[in-house]
Ligand binder design. Structure first.
Ligand code: S3P
Length: 442
């Protein structure tokens, strides 16, 4: 374990780029591994989560290599072309890697074993086991549908129509990836729209995907057994990673930073919408399109924030950003009320509990009422001075390091290693802007 401490930051200044989007990186590798030909990927996130997915895909039959200039190449096996893996597929900390690969494997006629780290082994897999079983796959999992588990993929898949019971892009994607190797049409209906990177990339790889607004939500229909064609792409910077330097700049007096090349997909933009409502000085420039995704440069200046009410309907578009939004709320004037956060309980940690415990330890008044989180901002810098348990959760670790940079006293986290799952180089990047994050005694 590597403990880290974050002390009083200088005003953050300068330009930076954050690593590639985690969601898009997983999907690019998976679809490249199911396509015919060579896909070249620039800007792939080289974080532990994505590297685990790459290793699993190699076990399944794809050839994946990294060139010296950082471009990744993926030689795919074609739709339905994977083979039985020799060993256990260990997805480490990655819920996305595990759930998306379970989907793709479910309609391949072989058996595969999946596991992950302590955090992933606690997370619910029943939400994908249930729809994937309807294709004809069989699963043997631990109590409550937890990893490790075995999946026996089906040789005669039946396409399904599935309405998402939870707003989860991972579940939607698992179903669509299973549908790739099923004949006929697989349809997912999502009552609340979730990130659409799978749909965008499926089209990029020439699958036929129809999207329509229907009475009960957004309907996505995939025509099965397409011949996916290799398709190069450049992965945009991850807005969920940009969130950390962005909030750090907002709460640190005198800051003025630019983050270049950030994904601004509307289904991921909830945090920025919320921060703008709180009075944040954030502007975008040079909007452009890259591989079917919108990107732009962001400018963020220190701001006087005020509390707001965040509706439950916005949660899917900022589901990973609540830890750092709660930190911003702790520096704001007045009360911020965040509704509809039940899903935070089943992330890399129970994030509702982790946010609440960490903020309380830092002297912030916070309450959890059912699925609602209430943070009382005193309009001044919180006390800080606490040691926070990161709980194998990268975003909890980064959120509290951001808090420590602007609080009255430094904040320590017990373990910063998991930051590498999504944001390798976080400490270096933050310090290059003016933060003071360093190794600490555990
Ligand atoms: C992700 C979807 C979200 C998100 C996760 C990445 C994805 O999870 O929290 O970090 O890439 O599809 P859920 O599908 O569980 O909401």
């Amino acid at each position: 374990m590597t403990a880290l401490s974050s002390g009083s930051s200088r005003p953050l200044k300068g330009r930076c780029r954050v690593p590639g989007d985690k969601s898009i990186s997983h999907r690019a590798l998976i679809l490249g591994s199911l396509a015919i030909g060579r896909t070249r990927i620039k800007g792939l996130l080289e974080g532990d989560d994505v590297l685990r997915t790459a290793s699993a895909l190699r076990e399944l039959g794809a050839r994946i290599e990294r060139a010296k200039d950082g471009t990744w190449s993926v030689d795919g096996a074609g739709t339905g072309g994977w083979h039985e893996p020799n060993g256990v597929l260990d997805l480490g900390n990655s819920g996305t890697g595990a759930r998306l690969l379970l989907g793709a494997v479910a309609t391949h006629p072989f058996t595969a074993f999946f596991t992950g780290d302590d955090s992933l082994r606690r997370r619910p897999m029943a939400r994908v086991i249930e729809p994937l079983s309807r294709f004809g796959a069989r699963f043997t999992a631990r109590e409550g549908g937890r990893l490790p588990l075995a999946v026996v993929g089906t040789s005669s898949p039946v396409p399904i129509l599935y309405t998402l019971p939870v707003p989860s892009a991972q579940v939607k994607s698992a179903v669509l990836l299973a549908g790739l190797n099923a004949p006929g049409e697989t349809t997912v209906i999502e009552p609340i729209a979730t990130r659409d990177h799978t749909e965008n990339l499926l089209r990029h790889f020439r699958a036929q995907v129809e999207i329509a607004q229907v009475e009960n939500g957004r309907r996505i229909t995939l025509s099965g057994q397409p011949e996916l064609r290799a398709a190069d792409l450049a992965v945009p910077g991850d807005p969920s990673s940009a969130a950390f330097p962005a909030v750090a700049a907002l709460i640190t007096k005198g800051s003025d930073i630019a983050i270049e090349n950030v994904g601004i997909n509307a289904l991921r933009a909830g945090l920025f919408a919320t921060l703008l409502e709180m009075g944040a000085r954030i502007s975008t420039s040079k909007p452009r399109e890259q591989g079917g995704e919108k990107v732009a440069d962001l400018r963020i200046r220190a701001s006087e924030l005020h509390g707001v009410e965040v509706p439950a309907s916005r949660a899917p578009s900022m589901i990973d950003e609540y830890p750092v939004l709660a930190v911003a709320a702790a520096f704001a004037k007045g009360r911020t009320v965040m509704h509809g956060l039940g899903e935070l309980r089943v992330k890399e940690s129970d994030r509702l509990a982790a946010i609440s415990a960490g903020l309380k330890a830092c002297g912030v008044h916070v309450e959890v009422e059912g699925d609602t989180l209430v943070v009382e901002g005193a309009g001044e810098r919180p006390k800080g001075g606490a040691k926070v348990a990161a709980l194998l959760d990268h975003r909890i670790a980064m959120a509290f390091l951001v808090l420590g940079g602007a609080a009255q006293k430094p904040v320590r986290i017990d373990d910063g290693e998991t930051i590498n799952t999504s944001f390798p180089g976080f400490t270096k990047l933050m310090n290059s802007l003016g933060a003071r994050i360093s190794g600490a005694k555990a």
